[in-house]
Structure formats: structure tokens, C-alpha cells
Ligand binder design. Structure first.
Ligand SMILES: NC(=O)c1ccc[n+]([C@@H]2O[C@H](COP(=O)([O-])OP(=O)(O)OC[C@H]3O[C@@H](n4cnc5c(N)ncnc54)[C@H](OP(=O)(O)O)[C@@H]3O)[C@@H](O)[C@H]2O)c1
Length: 310
């Protein structure tokens, strides 16, 4: 007979999307805070280039993965595997999200049938809150914009979860600073090729930020603290997109260039014209988020940018 375990003693941690931009950073932090009895299961569609000793790797699409093939059911699930679409724009994202919806429902059903409590941490984005002039907090109702308009469908099973033995925490983050993701796609590429720093549209939208490493630190900390249904993670520091580009331009000694938004799809236009000042009413992670000022952290990140063309 299975015995009841709690997250505080023995932990079996299942990470979905451990190879991705944010997942990679999270697992580094998780493994450096490893406890003696921890078991780690990492699931992606492909194996990572380098495996880490002591980790069980699984490959497959989480939307139809056979969860009963895991050696032991997890105490903690950390979910970075948003089922996304690289092609097909809105329709592609919608289809990927519907697939994600059924996959997440299956996962919750599997977890609810286990004879133990499980905590699920789902990484989501601040686009779910929509455009606001005021600071948004965990209490702000969702009003998805941009890519979130489609991706919210995948989150529905977690948003409406009532299963008693699965407690779901949504972790919502703003613009994530790190090597990869939107920063590479929208800034670094242009900087390297054209030697200019872009401003998309009029640049008046307010942005909030967090370093990828700080998400990792906060999320590892969240695994151990009492349940919250939603945790927003961002620095208490908001600047306009134009000010952000100016910071980069100053750092790299490059000119600014305005990029008109007309040619971009609706989701990108909305992302670059919406203000989302992500805030929080919680202070569990303040000791991480407030360690060094946000300005110093962003300055340090920008100082490490390599603009040499490979
Ligand atoms: N990046 C940002 O700036 C940002 C900002 C706000 C919120 N977020 C949220 O953070 C989460 C993670 O973002 P990310 O930038 O780290 O994404 P990412 O780099 O695309 O990583 C996603 C990971 O999930 C895995 N994955 C995706 N679909 C899967 C599936 N169906 N089955 C199994 N594995 C699957 C991928 O594995 P394979 O490569 O093997 O397919 C990859 O390792 C997303 O939910 C995103 O909405 C990101």
C-alpha cells in the first residue's frame, strides 16, 4: 500500500519542459538545492544534449504521455511545457492550445487518482492580465491579450481545477531577461545584423521584467512554502519600451531605430503596445527579487550582451 507523503519530506519532482529557455535555468537551481532523497523526472519531446547524473529522463509529448509509466507518481509537478506553435500564427496557436487543454486535463486526472497530495506549478505569462494603466496583482481578473488569447485555453483545466489532492499554483512572469526567447528574437538579432537598437511602434508601453535566474530561484523557493493559487514574479520597476531600448543603446553605444508595427501580426502588435506593470501582493520571494535593485540587475544583464556576429 502507498503511504501518504508530503512535499516537505521526500520529493519526487516531475519537470515538464526542462530543456526550454526557462526550464533549463530552473533545473540548474533545483539540482543545486537537491536534497538527499529527491527524485527527479524530466520530460521533453527530445533528450537534452547533456544528461545530468541522478535525473530520470523521459521523452514524449506530454499531451499523450503514459503517466502510469513513471516509476512513482510525483509530489510536485513543475510545468514549463506550454504546447506552442511555431507556424500557423493564430490558428496554429489555437490548435496547439486545444491539444494542451486535453493534455493538461489528462495530467490532472492522473494526479487526482494518486494516493497522495501533489502540487502543480504552472508557468504562465503576464499577457494573461491584459493591458492596464495601473499595477496588476494576483487579484486582477484575467483579460488575455496577444499570444495569451489563444494560450489561455490550455490553462483552463488548471484554472478550473477542483481536485482535492492537486493544488495548482499559477506563476505569472513578465518580459523575461535571458539569452534566448523574445530578447534574442526582437532585439539581439536586429542589433547584431543592423547595429541599431529597435523601438517597436511608439515605444510608450510600460514593461515589467525579471531575470531568468531569478524566476529559477523564486520557483525553487515556492516549492517549499505554503500554497498560493497565483504568484506574480516581477521587479517593482516599470519603464517604457522606449526607455528600455535607450538603456540598451547607451550600453552598446548604438543608435535607436523605430520599427513600424503594421507588418506584424496582431499578437505581436498587442504585445508591443500593451502596458502590463506586473506586481504582487505577496512577499515570499521579495528577498530574491529585491536583492540588488532591478536597475542594477538589468544593467548587469545588458552589460553581458555579446553583439559579435557569429
Ligand atoms: N520566455 C518568456 O519570455 C516567457 C514569458 C512569460 C511566460 N513564459 C511562459 O513560460 C513557459 C516556458 O517558456 P519558455 O520560454 O521556457 O519556452 P520554451 O523555451 O519553448 O520551452 C518549452 C519546453 O517545453 C517542452 N515542450 C513543449 N511542448 C511540449 C510537449 N507537448 N510535450 C513535451 N514537452 C514539451 C519543450 O521541449 P522540446 O524542445 O523537447 O519540444 C521545451 O523544453 C511557457 O508557458 C511560457 O508561456 C515565457
Amino acid at each position: 500500500m502507498k503511504t501518504k507523503q508530503t512535499a516537505s519530506d521526500k520529493r519526487t519532482v516531475l519537470v515538464l519542459g526542462s530543456n526550454g529557455f526557462i526550464g533549463r535555468e530552473f533545473v540548474k537551481e533545483l539540482l543545486s538545492n537537491k536534497r538527499e532523497d529527491d527524485q527527479f523526472y524530466f520530460l521533453n519531446r527530445t533528450l537534452p544534449a547533456q544528461k545530468i547524473d541522478g535525473v530520470h529522463y523521459f521523452t514524449g509529448d506530454f499531451t499523450h504521455f503514459d503517466w502510469t509509466s513513471l516509476p512513482c507518481s510525483p509530489d510536485i509537478v513543475v510545468h514549463f511545457a506550454r504546447n506552442s506553435s511555431k507556424r500557423g500564427r493564430k490558428l496554429g496557436r489555437l490548435l496547439a492550445s486545444v491539444k494542451g487543454y486535453f493534455g493538461n486535463k489528462r495530467l490532472l486526472n492522473y494526479l487526482s487518482k494518486q494516493n497522495k497530495q501533489c502540487r502543480v506549478f504552472y508557468l504562465s505569462g503576464s499577457l494573461m492580465y491584459g493591458n492596464h494603466t495601473e499595477v496588476v496583482t494576483e487579484k486582477t481578473p484575467l483579460q488575455p491579450i496577444s499570444f495569451a488569447k489563444e494560450y489561455i485555453h490550455a490553462e483552463q483545466p488548471f484554472l478550473t481545477n477542483t481536485k482535492k489532492n492537486t493544488a495548482v499554483t499559477f506563476v505569472r512572469v513578465p518580459w523575461v531577461l535571458g539569452n534566448g526567447s523574445w530578447f534574442d528574437a526582437f532585439y539581439l538579432k536586429k542589433i547584431k545584423i543592423e547595429q541599431v537598437v529597435p523601438i517597436y511602434g511608439d515605444g510608450s508601453n510600460q514593461m515589467a521584467f525579471i531575470l531568468n535566474q531569478d524566476i529559477a530561484k523564486c520557483m525553487v523557493h515556492l516549492l517549499d512554502i505554503p500554497f498560493h493559487p497565483i504568484v506574480n514574479l516581477a521587479y517593482d520597476y516599470y519603464i517604457t519600451q522606449a526607455e528600455f531600448s535607450q538603456l540598451i543603446a547607451n550600453k552598446l553605444q548604438l543608435p535607436l531605430k523605430t520599427i513600424p508595427l503594421q507588418t506584424f501580426e496582431r499578437a505581436i502588435k498587442e504585445a508591443f503596445t500593451s502596458s502590463i506593470k506586473l506586481g504582487s501582493e505577496l512577499d515570499d520571494c521579495a528577498f530574491i527579487l529585491e536583492h540588488l535593485s532591478a536597475k542594477e540587475k538589468i544593467d548587469h544583464f545588458l552589460g553581458q550582451i555579446d553583439i559579435s556576429v557569429v
